[in-house]
Design a protein around this ligand. Structure first.
Ligand code: ZN
Length: 542
């Protein structure tokens, strides 16, 4: 009797231990740990076998091994090599695209993907099986994985306008996406506090629009101003470099050019974009000394929503935006181009003669319909270039542009309404996936506010229960947003995304019925060790 229960306990313990060893995040569709255990050892003699089409995966795993363990795998053409990692791409019967299988056996490691992208996801799972401490003899448990993603859109956003992040950090951020099998990076490039992308036709956007004379200190409205000129931007060459870097990691970058609101930085550079070019930017509380002395339009130094937006009445506004978007489209291969569309106060439009003349001429009912007109006119231009617009859920107001994709941020309602009208939707509700919100109730640092702990992110379900049957297919996936008002430094940005990004990756990748908070927590024990290996900053409940 004793013997039997002891055996049962031992089996249970072994299962827990093996799970902790094989806790791949995001959890795969199927993971089978070999009975009896055992491990393959990757060492300096281990070779990698891969075709030309799989060199992105080879480069990534070798980059990872070099960075964290100090060695790389040499390539061999010998398909029968035993001490080797074999990568293969080709159709796999009964596995959804981009699915892959990963087999770790005594004879070697085999990753078979339905596409080269799928092989890359297999590489990420292999990385999750590697030891979390440095070493040159890396034991990988015998395991068999069968896997494919639940959602087609798995994204992260980064606001580089409120605070600017250098190319090196953006690349590291993209690496983190890749390590979590995410495939979209939403780059928020323009806002009231800075324009961050070089546009050849309008150099003022970066010479003037990329810099502000100071920044408020502490929480809005601030306790003062740091009176320090602040800014930065990416040259076209840098943008190209980042796009290529992401593409090697099978990540699409969606650029965002905000319109018609959040446009103070552009207006500071080119006042004629405003309804009232001669009207000075109102001085907010705690403005910098330089800004108080300056006349005219200014790049904002504080946070919030500002009434000075692009004029919808003047054709010159549209010509400007079309020129900007033409250069953006020429740089970014993304099918989707984000045009913002959120938080555009109508105060100026209501009293602007040009805007009112436009309303009359186009037979529009009010300023909300004028916003629709604005978005649809931009959409036509973007569509003519073979691209689709994506916008925040305010683009639903006053009639939705025909082909637009909606990003639902004010809860789920916008997403539900859009999906009902057969528009594709990406869910980014503030309630669950705003990573600028705090992870603790302790007031240990200045954050945007809100409280979004790891478990809440993990509990998020991107397909709303209220969605009528048959409309689920319009939910492409979800994305976490990282607004940077209170995130000046790289380390703080990492602190905000980790560990919540790991939870989000499982929400987006793992089949709904497989998601399990207890199991995820067990896998996180090793993931935290891995964060240490990666040398990233993260939040951890004490
Ligand atoms: Zn106007």
């Amino acid at each position: 009797m004793f013997k039997k229960s002891f055996l049962a306990l031992a089996v249970l313990l072994l299962a827990i231990i093996s799970h902790a060893q094989v806790g791949i995040i995001p959890q795969p569709v199927e993971t089978t740990v070999a009975t009896g255990g055992g491990a393959f050892r990757i060492n300096r003699q281990t070779k990698i076998v891969a075709g030309k089409d799989l060199q992105n995966s080879v480069k990534f795993i070798n980059g990872y091994l070099k960075k964290f363990y100090g060695f790389e795998l040499a390539s061999t053409k010998n398909a029968k090599a035993t001490n080797a990692v074999h990568l293969r791409a080709g159709k796999i019967a009964g596995l959804a695209k981009p699915g892959y299988t990963l087999d770790v056996k005594k004879t070697g490691i085999v990753i078979q993907g339905s596409t080269d992208t799928a092989v890359f996801y297999g590489i990420q799972s292999l990385i999750q099986l590697l030891p979390t401490v440095k070493g040159t003899d890396l034991s990988v448990p015998y395991v068999s994985v069968k896997d494919y993603p639940r959602f087609a859109y798995r994204g992260m956003h980064l606001d580089v306008a409120r605070n600017f992040f250098p190319v090196s950090f953006v690349k590291k951020y993209i690496d983190n996406l890749a390590l979590h099998k995410m495939n979209y990076f939403h780059w928020h490039l323009t806002d009231d506090q800075g324009w961050r992308i070089e546009i050849s036709k309008y150099p003022g956007l970066t010479t003037a629009g990329a810099f502000r004379d100071g920044t408020i200190i502490g929480h809005y409205p601030g306790t003062g101003n740091d009176n320090t000129r602040y800014g930065g931007f990416y040259t076209k060459q840098e943008v190209k470099e980042v796009i290529a870097y992401a593409a090697e990691r099978y990540i699409t970058i969606i650029p965002e050019i905000e319109l018609p609101g959040h446009s103070s930085a552009a207006i500071a550079a080119y006042p004629w974009l405003s309804c009232f070019p001669a009207k000075e930017t109102s001085i907010p509380k705690n403005a910098s000394e330089a800004s108080q002395l300056k006349k005219g339009k200014k790049v904002q130094e504080t946070w919030g929503v500002f009434e000075d937006i692009y004029c919808a009445g003047k054709d010159s506004t549209f010509l400007f935006l079309q020129d900007v978007l033409d250069e953006v489209v020429a740089l970014f291969p993304s099918k989707m181009i984000h045009i913002g569309g959120d938080e555009a106060p109508k105060d100026h439009w209501k009293i602007c003669p040009s805007c009112q003349a436009r309303i009359k001429k186009e037979g529009l009912k009010d300023e909300h319909q004028l916003q629709s007109y604005f978005i649809q006119r931009i959409e036509k231009h973007v569509n003519a270039k073979g691209r689709t617009i994506i916008g925040w859920d305010e683009i639903l107001e006053g009639g939705l542009a025909p082909n637009a994709v909606v990003m639902s941020w004010r809860g789920e309602k916008g997403g539900i309404d859009a999906a009902k009208e057969n528009h594709f939707v990406i869910m980014t509700p503030g309630s669950h996936v705003y990573f600028d919100h705090a992870q603790t109730r302790d007031k240990d640092s200045v954050t945007f506010g809100g409280y979004t702990p790891l478990e809440k992110v993990y509990s998020y379900e991107p397909v709303p229960a209220e969605l009528p049957a048959g409309k689920e297919e319009y939910v492409l996936g979800a994305q976490a947003n990282l607004w940077s008002e209170y995130i000046r430094y790289d380390s703080k940005a990492e602190f905000q995304i980790f560990p919540r990004m790991s939870a989000l990756s499982e929400v987006l990748w793992t089949p709904k019925e497989k998601r399990n908070w207890e199991k995820f927590q067990a896998a996180m024990i090793r993931q935290f060790q891995r964060y240490d290996l990666w040398d990233v900053n993260y939040f951890h409940e004490k």
